[in-house]
Structure formats: C-alpha cells, structure tokens
Write a protein that binds this ligand. Sequence first.
Ligand code: CIZ
Ligand code: SF4
Length: 315
Amino acid sequence: MDAVNARASWEEHARQLREEVLRLKAERGAVLVAHNYQRDEIQEIADLVGDSLALARFCAASPSRLIVFCGVHFMAESAKVMSPEKTVLLPEIDAGCPMADMVDEVALRAWKAEHPGVAVVAYINSSAAVKAESDVICTSSNALAVVRALGAPEILFLPDCNLGAYVARQMPEIKVHLWPGFCITHHRVRPEDLAAARKAHPDALLLAHPETQPDIWEQADFVGSTKQIIDYAAKSPAKKFLIGTEMGVMWKLRKDSPDKTFYLLAPGMVCPNMKKITMRSVRDALAETKYDIQVPADVAAGARRALERMLAVQA
Ligand code: CIZ
Ligand code: SF4
C-alpha cells in the first residue's frame, strides 16, 4: 500500500470508530465530557469540553445516568462524588495525575498533626481521600477567592507548590505552607524555554498556567486556569499568544479564536496521562461499561463537604 492509500485507509478506520462511538453513546443514553487537555478528536465529540469543575458540575446537572469522563482519575472521582447515583466511566483506568499522586491521606494526616488547627486547602488535583481530609477545595480559577473566603491567617496548601506559591504571592498577609508537589508537564518549563519562545515570537503575549514555576508565571502577561486562558485569548485585542499550559487547550483556543495565532510555550507541554484516552478506549468504555469509578461512601461524604464549601464561595 502506498502512503496515499495507507492514509485513506487509516482515515476511513478513524471515521468508522468515531461513528461507532457516537452510535453506542446514543444507544446507551450516555453523556461524554472531555477535559481541555484531551486529544482533539475526543474534544470534537464531547458534549462539553472544559476544566475539571465545569465537567463535574455538567455531569451532576445532566439527566443522563451514564457518564463517560475523558480526563484523569481524580476528575472522574470528583464527578462521581458530585453524582453518586450515576455511573461514571473513566475509559483508561491508568490515566492518573502524577501531581495528585504526590500526596495521600496518610501523609496529609501527618502534615496536619505537625500544624494542629491550621486549615487545609486542597487543589482539585487530589484524590477523593485527600479531599475528605481537607477543609476546602480550590481550582486554579478560584484559588485566591477560596483562600480569601476562608479568612484563615495560616494555611496548608497542597499538592501543587507552584499554585500555592502563586496564592502566597498574591496574599502576602497569609502564611502559606507548601506541599512539595508539582505537575510534571508544567514544572519542566524553564526560563530558557521562555527566552527561546520570546525570541521566536517577540510580539506574542504570554498566557501561563499557575502550575508553571514562579520564574515563568512572574513573567506572564496573564496567569490563569485553562478556561481563563481560553477566555482571555478570545477577548484580547492581541493576535499572537504564547500558551504556557498543556497543548490540548490549542483545540479550543483555535476554535474560539480562529483569527489568532497560538504558539506552545515549550514543546514538552504534553500530559501523557491525558493522552492515554483514545477513540478506541472510549468505544471499549461504552461497549463494556468500564472503568466504573467508585468512591467509598464515607470518603465521598468528606470530599463532597470540602467541594461544597468551595462551591459556596463561587456562588
Ligand atoms: O481543574 C482543571 O481542570 C485543571 C487541572 C486545570 C485547569 O486549569 O483547568
Ligand atoms: Fe496532572 Fe499535570 Fe496532567 Fe494536569 S497536566 S493531569 S496536573 S500531570
């Protein structure tokens, strides 16, 4: 088979797989949501593309009893915690978040014991068991508002030391203890990468995620979550942007702002866990009802309390 025929046959295969997914999804009355970091073809077929909180809220509000959650494990857990009566499927059971795995509930209990009475703020990138041990949850969109509403003079912030450092920088009146966790995808970007990107695109604005290190977000024109970066780019009069977050956001950036140009800040900004989910694994998830995410009732109750405290700040 020559290259042209091989490509045509591959495209036909991809088209059939996509049709099969859409047919199974309709037959099963499922809702399919995709995180901003998912593969383009998964975002294209999703009922909603967004950040972890928006997806969990959408799933809770949906009349569907079957959710296919295309993201990583802690996100599917949050959706399950907020929709305990629904079946939440994560198409790849090994799609985890290394940052979330950098702390567990045992280590958190020990940290709390070293700082009795100090409030715990957990980034949504954490397991349900860690959430259940925390006072309140935050996302990268609402971290400052959540910490402000908490009104505590001192906090334990986990697991992301970079988002925690960002909160500490914005709120110098508060003592912030940082857990030494980080995102392998964002943390690896170095000032040399930024210097090279600036040299190649001197007139582009830098939009950076707070999971990058302070020496990156300090130099950004805008710091925000995936949704905030996408919204900022759509509203900005500027035409060129350096994007300092995972490459998956490019799909929505280009869709929402087709007249603008986006450059990834560094070539390595790819989350391997987000990319584990493929059209084939979504097909298998729908065909075989897998992998059914379960959260023990007591853990779910604790995690829900901490999530609801965050939602009360947002409302
Ligand atoms: O909460 C999310 O979805 C994450 C992990 C990042 C973001 O900025 O949206
Ligand atoms: Fe976790 Fe980083 Fe991947 Fe987000 S991009 S899921 S924080 S490893």
